[in-house]
Design a protein around this ligand. Sequence first.
Ligand SMILES: *Cc1c(COP(=O)(O)O)cnc(C)c1O
Length: 421
Amino acid sequence: MKQETKCLHAGYSPKNGEPRALPIYQSTTFKYDSTNHIGKLFDLTAAGHFYSRLSNPTVEAVENKIAALEGGIAAMCTSSGQAASFTSLATIMKAGEHFISTATIYGGTVNLFAVTMKRFGIECTFVDADASEEEIQKAFRPNTRAVFGETLANPALTVCDIEKLARIAHKNGVPLIIDNTFPTPILCRPIEHGADIVIHSTTKYMDGHALCVGGVIVDSGKFDWTNGKFPEFTEPDESYHGTIYSKAFGPAAYIVKARVQLMRDLGMTPSANSAFLLNLGLETLAVRMPQYSRNGQKVAEFLSKHPKIESISYPGLEGDKYHELAKKYLPDGCAGVMSVVIKGGRDGAARFLDAFQLATQCVHVADIRTCALHPATSTHRQLTDEQLAACGIPQGLVRVSIGLENVDDIIADLSQALEKV
Ligand SMILES: *Cc1c(COP(=O)(O)O)cnc(C)c1O
């Protein structure tokens, strides 16, 4: 099946007389006839659901759809994108270990890596994604367990050279984990470029309608966990009566371990109802992504020529620092998010946002409706002007997320708002 078809049909195929739409299995538990059968479920020797913290039929259908869209062998949905980022690493890391991440990633992920995981004894070295392979190699240590990057960074809009990072990770015997939230598998499929694990905040374009916070981890099934660096896959798991994941589950060892250990113990479970709503978003994803990109491209071209705009970051623009990488990794478009610096600093940005008539101010991004956010007065409000400058956020920076309204209406609104600056 092609992507458009997978969006509609992958993950759920009703049998004769069953509901055409994906049913919501609103049940914490499932009924079985024998202790023997339940025993087999716990032993992981029979497939089936027994408790919705671990798995649920509605959630599973959505997991299978996303795995198919990304070209992975299996996926696990989580209650948020943050839970997916954390679990993707925690499945293969413990206190005293280390991983490498590119520096231009989502701010919430920076905090998770630099502060919270550090408190757990897991250290992260941040590297410049544009640095040479030799430079990035210097960050590796004997206890380095993974490399992490973001395809199209929120909000920096840098494009990650996935093939370069995959080469470096694999040379060092560790997996590459890619956060593919902004492109979605419609605009980029990191596994085709060498990524081993792909994660998403499904809250953004996948859901698309600002309905449910959620996340997902997709396993390519391609990484060799028996290479000697990952004994937790080749030695018995005492917390699961001696299961050896690589032996019992072969290429699906990672995603099974993520579920039966981390999901079991931490419980960042999505609800069946949320999975149902996410599925509605996924059904139209292949239609929406190219349209966000067309609208985004037109708005970016308009803004890039506007006298009230100091600068704009959107990799679809010719002359953008990441335009060449975008042509390689995002040939079908760069979605709808862009960062613009409004003239007049903090005050200029506030005048622009406060004059919106159609677009809305929201702490959100990648929504079906055009929205925008001013980091200096919201997400980064606690920072001084000096601190803002240090993390590369000019006072006049606004993150604009172009929706699916008619592009002429969007441009008309942004245009009248810029007149107030
Ligand atoms: C929003 C976001 C996250 C965090 O996801 P939540 O669903 O808000 O927990 C992670 N990565 C990226 C790129 C994001 O945009």
